[in-house]
Each structure stands twice: as structure tokens, then as C-alpha cells.
Design a protein around this ligand. Structure first.
Ligand code: SAM
Length: 334
């Protein structure tokens, strides 16, 4: 077992003082579950915004939590590095989840997340019919699709899982070469359009069904390729979605993530239900690595002035490090 990080006396004292207050300990426990904004914490803890902001500032100063700003929103999460961060995780691990206060906070967190997801779902229900047009407003479709095909071209694959499949465009693109294509999405309206698209294309080997990207209800080691195309910026826990996607990859399987590069189009939050304004290369590479995948490619496509697309789009390719023995389809070596 690795020994715990050691801290100078003054730092340890600072961390303990910061965590040793009821609301702040509750905040630490909540941020161990999800990254949250001040207003979300205010809703859960039922305290005024200035009070919550003050607690967050003290926690951040002591290194227990991290704050990062993205446009007009600020997100908070448990720190990744440093003695304060590791102590925060140890404290949370020692909290009894059945404790009344902690259990009630988690229940409220679940409600906050559910209402956020319901808002996004309403958006997709309202916009499903125009989705393919909206998509072109932000992204130069053709160039991105060419890059997606090129990224996966080095090795043929027979099964594809497309997470947050929307209207099923990626299944249509790769379907003709697949033995099995499956698209999952939480929005029934999107799925109706995806089914119509697959029917029109005669892709009987492809199907779609309702599902949650965080909890795939699929066995591990079941797909050669998993794609997550323009979905992560709607989510509050991209790292968890990536780790769940990595779980269902077969040995040597590949996970392709496509999403916006960092941008400042704040209206996408208000009008298009986005939570994150794009991702830096290292953010998603870090999530892929944390999910146990090797990051084998990363590239960013700048928007082409001549097309409608306005935001740069990045691709990340992760590969499951387990190796399949040639000729032995299901056997693997570590
Ligand atoms: C921007 S669309 C992208 C659709 C498709 N991948 C594409 O690029 O056209 C995002 C999709 O993610 C789906 N989605 C959002 N959160 C989800 C979740 N938690 N589980 C499954 N699907 C989700 C939405 O319903 C929506 O269809």
C-alpha cells in the first residue's frame, strides 16, 4: 500500500481547519461525487450564494478543491494533486454514506442532476427534427467525418457502439462495413429519427436503443470500437462516461471521442443546453488515460471559413492496452 502524502505541519493544520466545519465537509463530500457550480451547491445546501462562495474559497486556498472558470461559469471539483486533495479523498472515504446529512445531500444532488438531464432532454426533444441542420452550424461536418474515418482506418472493425448517437449519423457512416452496430441515446425523439435513418439506409445490422451513457447495461469487452461524438459537452461527468465506455471495449479496442475545442460561444449554454465550452486536448487525454487506455492520436481541426462550421473540433483516439493474440479471436494476453 502506498504511504499517504506527508504535509508540513502548517499545511496539514490549514487543511484540517478548512475541512473541519459542517458545511465545508458537506461540500467536500458532494464534490467527490460530481463537479458542481456555485449555484448547484447553493440549491443542494440551501444556503446563500455568498456563504457558499466563501466556503469554497477557503477550501480552494487549503488545496482541498479546485476551481476552474469557463466563460461565465465557474466549476468546482476535488483537487487532483497535492496533499490537501489526497486528504480530502481520504476524509470522504471515511464518511458513512448512510449518515442522515450526507445521504440527504446526495439525494438532493441526484435531484439537481436529474433536473439538469431533463432540461437537456427537453432541448433534444424540441430540436430533434432540426438536429442535422443545427449540427452544421457549429461543425464543418464533412471534414470532421473524413477525419473520423481516417482515425479508425488503420484497422478494420466489426462492431461499433455509438454513445449519444442522436440521429444515428455515425452508424449510417460505418454501418455498411459492420457486423453489429448499436447506438444508445437517452432521447426517444432522437432515437425515432435514428431508426428512420437506419431503415432508409437498409442497415439491418445496426440498431438503436434508449440508454444512459453513464450506465451502459452492456457486458464488458463487447465492442471493437466505441464512439462518443459531440456528447461530452452536455455532460457533468465526462470522465465517468469515458471510463464506462472503456469498460465495454474488447482487448485492443478503440474509443474515439470527438468534441469541440475550447471556445467562448456562451450562447450555446443558454440556447443549446451545452454545459462545457469545449475541451483542451489534455483534459480528454487525461480522462482516457485515467480509464486505462493508451492515447494513440489527438488532433484538432480548425474551422474552415468557407463552411458553416464555426468552432474547432478535436478528436482523441484511445486504445485498450490488452493485446489479442493473432488468430485467437477471444484469447488475450495481459
Ligand atoms: C449533440 S447530440 C450528438 C448526436 C450525435 N452523436 C451527432 O454527433 O450527431 C448529443 C446527444 O447526446 C445525447 N445524450 C446526452 N446526454 C446523454 C446521456 N446521459 N446518455 C445518453 N445520451 C445522452 C442526447 O440525447 C443527444 O442525442
Amino acid at each position: 500500500m502506498s504511504s499517504p502524502a506527508q504535509l508540513p505541519f502548517a499545511d496539514l493544520n490549514g487543511v484540517l481547519k478548512a475541512a473541519g466545519e459542517e458545511t465545508r465537509l458537506r461540500i467536500v463530500a458532494l464534490l467527490a461525487e460530481a463537479e458542481l457550480t456555485v449555484s448547484e451547491l447553493t440549491d443542494i445546501l440551501r444556503q446563500s450564494q455568498p456563504r457558499i462562495s466563501r466556503h469554497l474559497r477557503l477550501l480552494a486556498e487549503a488545496g482541498l478543491v479546485e476551481r476552474y472558470r469557463e466563460g461565465t461559469w465557474a466549476f468546482f471539483r476535488l483537487g487532483d494533486r497535492g496533499g490537501g486533495a489526497s486528504l480530502a479523498r481520504e476524509l470522504v472515504a471515511r464518511l458513512d454514506p448512510r449518515d442522515v446529512t450526507i445521504a440527504r445531500d446526495r439525494e438532493r444532488l441526484t435531484t439537481v442532476r436529474a433536473s439538469r438531464a431533463a432540461e437537456a432532454q427537453k432541448y433534444f426533444a424540441r430540436h430533434a427534427a432540426q438536429w442535422d441542420r443545427i449540427r452544421r452550424l457549429h461543425v464543418a461536418d464533412d471534414a470532421v467525418e473524413q477525419a473520423i474515418v481516417a482515425a479508425l482506418a488503420d484497422k478494420p472493425f466489426r462492431s461499433l457502439l455509438d454513445l449519444g448517437t442522436g440521429t444515428g449519423r455515425l452508424l449510417e457512416l460505418f454501418g455498411p462495413d459492420l457486423e453489429r452496430g448499436l447506438g444508445l441515446d437517452m432521447s426517444r425523439d432522437m432515437l425515432t429519427l435514428a431508426r428512420a435513418r437506419l431503415d432508409r439506409a437498409g442497415l439491418r445490422q445496426c440498431s438503436v436503443r434508449q440508454g444512459d451513457i453513464y450506465d451502459l447495461a452492456l457486458p464488458k469487452d463487447s465492442f471493437d470500437v466505441v464512439t462518443i461524438h459531440q456528447v461530452l459537452h452536455f455532460l457533468d461527468d465526462g470522465a465517468r462516461a469515458i471510463s464506462e465506455a472503456a469498460r465495454v471495449l474488447r482487448p485492443s479496442g478503440r474509443l474515439l471521442v470527438v468534441d469541440f475545442a475550447p471556445h467562448n460561444l456562451e450562447f450555446l449554454r443558454d440556447e443549446h443546453a451545452h454545459r462545457r465550452l469545449g475541451f483542451a486536448p489534455e483534459t480528454i487525454s487525461g480522462w482516457l488515460a485515467a480509464a486505462g487506455l493508451d492515447v494513440v492520436a489527438q488532433q484538432t481541426l480548425s474551422p474552415n471559413r468557407k463552411t458553416e462550421g464555426k468552432i474547432a473540433v478535436s478528436l482523441w483516439l484511445g486504445r485498450d492496452p490488452r493485446v489479442l493474440i493473432a488468430g485467437a479471436k477471444e484469447r488475450e494476453v495481459a
